[in-house]
Design a protein around this ligand. Structure first.
Ligand code: GP9
Ligand code: MN
Length: 682
């Protein structure tokens, strides 16, 4: 018995010794590979640390680990000397993924997509906006390749590259790495649920995908998803068409009958697409001066929808134009204007054309920006007036991306006069531009005082003195107030010009903010927690400190929506929650048009409205729900919310995002109409 025990002891000790030696040897001969794995793994976790914050979760680490091992394993097919080049190439690729996503998240609170490459020219067009979005932390990932290079240089000075492994041994190591990869993958897969797989497939809940599948699986999956515009119409059509039919059977888009039905039928329509105008501006005064006095007046006199959200995705302005005119949501990958412009959509201009309206759009940026020249035709505008062909541009009139709003409106009024003379009815959308990120160029000309003035007693002299702090001056938020103030003045002047030209008599004016200004949360936090004594943000422990939370930020993204007429003033505020996709059903009912494919609702005919965002988040009057983190907040403290309520809207959000994307990708409006015609024998 004793000898048996001794034998077992010796065997175990031998095994442990061999294992330790083997491990030591492995590290000794694979130092470069291990450095590659560790640095790349840390980069992936660091990205989650700076973005979605779940860097301690195990499943994304396992997924990252498996991807890195898989990619890295092929290094063993190279001669030892060339392995460095192979691993460095991949280290740079992984680092780029992290740097770009990190910077992108800083700006858009989401992860980037290959489909944006198609729109990269648009992004370049935004010019110096790029300078403001990159932070030092976004470059921290570069340490990965730097460490790899340093380790390589160190190893080069030793006999490492001469001593490491024979071909046969390399093959064995390759299979060992692959086996480790398979084990990591196995552990990872055991944590994956059906919902996870479905989200990976759909890819619109980007934060969730990164949180669960890690950085590198996300990006690889995104690459596949981004090729979908070319590939996916070939696959999945039958399922999409079936779901499409079922959706509209379950939730038919019905015409409404209420006090506003046909109220503005036959009226001309001017739509003002107010670039980056957020709703809180209307309630904001700086040193007793309103930022948007003209919008305030129009909101007071007209129908003012004060709880209104844009539903844009990466296509920003163009997405809002799309949703406004179609009552569909933006595409889950890429943008409709750039990637899916050739599909058929039911739109406000097209529907009005059936009533003999002349339809047009006007914008003082280049015509090819967001592919508008092509897409506006598809949306049904008879003519798109743009910077390239139709406006007189003097150098001194350029602010930011193009002609300033005041000159744009003045020149547009002349064109509208001509249109009005030639057409019985018309519908025109004017897309503003000056209040565009980075909100610069007007600092020296504004009458808005962004400083903070107060009096205090000088401790030494005992006299009262006035102190002037910069406060919002030279901050992005302050610059935003300045350009928004200018945009508001431009709107005011435009209304006067239209009035003077007699163009308001038979016209309704519709104004919407196209999306929020994408200003960082920290700027708002400072704005709302400003301490004049120290000229900085209050201490978090201060009893007056009131954090501007992530939910405050999301809710503050609201934009104004106003319907105004000169003579028949409604003077009504509608506080029910509403989204951009509710415009076509609501405004359409007033104009006597209807889209059978609208996802939104006529706000005057719904009991409880809800707004779904392209990432699956949703909001009602009772709650804002973040489906990325699966948490929400109550908006009405007096009402209890059940889990059924949350499940109901989360499911509805998924259904809406899916059906909308299917319509876009598979061109379902066109295809199903065609097949119905075939059935009817037309
Ligand atoms: C570009 C303008 C701004 O022409 O509409 O676009 P955005 O950057 O807001 O999408
Ligand atoms: Mn915009």
């Amino acid at each position: 018995m004793k000898t048996k025990l001794i034998k077992a002891y010796h065997q175990t000790a031998g095994f442990l010794k061999r294992f330790a030696k083997g491990t030591k040897n492995y590290f000794k001969h694979n130092a470069l590979f291990i450095t590659f794995v560790i640095t790349t793994l840390i980069e992936g976790s660091l990205l989650r640390f700076f973005t979605v914050k779940n860097f301690t979760a195990i499943s994304p680490v396992l997924a990252d680990f498996a991807v890195i091992l898989l990619v890295g394993s092929f290094a063993y097919f190279f001669k030892p000397k060339n392995r460095f080049k192979y691993l460095l190439t991949w280290s740079i690729i992984f680092t780029l993924v992290c740097v770009i996503n990190s910077a992108y998240y800083t700006n858009y609170v989401s992860f980037t997509s290959f489909s944006l490459l198609a729109t990269s020219l648009q992004i370049l067009g935004v010019g110096d906006a790029l300078n403001t979005i990159v932070e030092v932390k976004d470059f921290s990932y570069i340490l990965g390749p730097v460490i790899l290079i340093l380790v390589h240089l160190k190893l080069k000075n030793t006999s490492y590259y001469d001593s490491v492994t024979t071909k046969k041994k390399a093959k064995v190591t390759f299979f060992r790495v692959l086996l480790t990869c398979a084990i990591a993958l196995g552990f990872f897969m055991s944590t994956v649920t059906g919902t996870d797989i479905s989200r990976l497939y759909k890819q619109w809940n980007r934060e969730y995908v990164v949180m669960k599948f890690g950085t590198y699986v996300y990006q690889a999956n995104d690459l596949i998803a981004s090729l979908k515009p070319q590939i996916s119409p070939l696959f999945g059509y039958d399922t999409a068409a079936k779901e499409f039919r079922e959706y509209y059977e379950k939730y038919p888009s019905e015409t409404s009958n209420n006090e506003y039905t046909n109220k503005y039928k036959g009226k001309n329509v001017i739509v003002i697409h107010a670039e980056s105008i957020q709703n809180f501006l209307l309630d904001t005064e700086i040193n007793g001066q309103a930022i948007t006095p003209n919008l305030n007046r129009l909101a007071e006199e007209g129908l003012y929808f004060s709880n209104f959200y844009a539903q844009e995705s990466v296509g920003t302005s163009s997405d809002s134009e799309f949703t406004f005119n179609t009552s569909l949501l933006p595409a889950s990958n890429g943008t409709v204007f750039v990637s899916y412009w050739d599909r058929e959509y039911v739109t406000t201009p097209k529907l009005l054309k059936e009533q003999n309206y002349y339809t047009f759009s006007m914008h003082a940026n280049k015509g090819n920006f967001w592919n508008r020249e092509v897409m506006h035709k598809q949306l049904g505008y008879d003519k798109f007036y743009n910077y390239t062909n139709d406006y007189d541009i003097k150098d001194e009139d350029i602010i930011g991306l193009g002609l300033n709003d005041k000159s744009f409106f003045a020149q547009s009024t002349e064109k509208i006069k001509e249109i009005d003379a030639k057409n019985e009815n018309w519908y025109g959308v004017l897309i503003m531009l000056t209040n565009h990120t980075p909100f610069t160029g007007l600092e020296d000309t504004t009458d808005l005082d962004l400083t903070y003035k107060y009096t205090r007693t000088n401790e030494e002299t005992g006299e009262t003195e006035e102190v002037i702090n910069n406060y919002l001056k030279d901050t992005t938020l302050g610059n935003y107030f300045t350009t928004a103030h200018y945009a508001d003045e431009a709107i005011g002047e435009f209304i006067n010009e239209l009035d003077a030209a007699g163009l308001l008599d038979d016209t309704i004016v519709v104004i919407y903010g196209d999306h929020d200004a994408k200003i960082k949360r920290s700027e708002y936090n400072r704005y709302y927690n400003y301490d004049p004594e120290t000229d900085s943000i209050l201490d978090e422990d201060d009893p007056n400190y009131d954090e501007f939370t992530k939910y405050d930020y999301e809710l503050n993204r609201k934009v104004p929506f106003i319907i105004w007429t000169k003579d028949e003033q409604e003077r009504k505020e509608i506080t029910k929650v509403m989204g951009m996709y509710d415009v076509l059903p609501t405004l359409g009912n007033m104009l006597g048009i209807h889209s059978p494919y609208a996802l939104g609702h006529d706000i005057f005919s719904t009991d409880e409205n809800f707004v779904v965002f392209p990432n699956g988040n949703w909001v009602t009057d009772k709650m804002y729900y973040d489906s990325q983190s699966e948490e929400g907040i109550l908006l009405d403290e007096d009402t209890a919310i059940s889990t059924d309520y949350i499940e109901k809207y989360t499911k509805r959000a998924e259904e809406e995002v899916t059906v909308s994307n299917d319509i876009i990708v598979h061109d379902l409006i066109k295809k199903t109409t065609e097949s119905e015609e075939v059935i009817k024998g037309e």
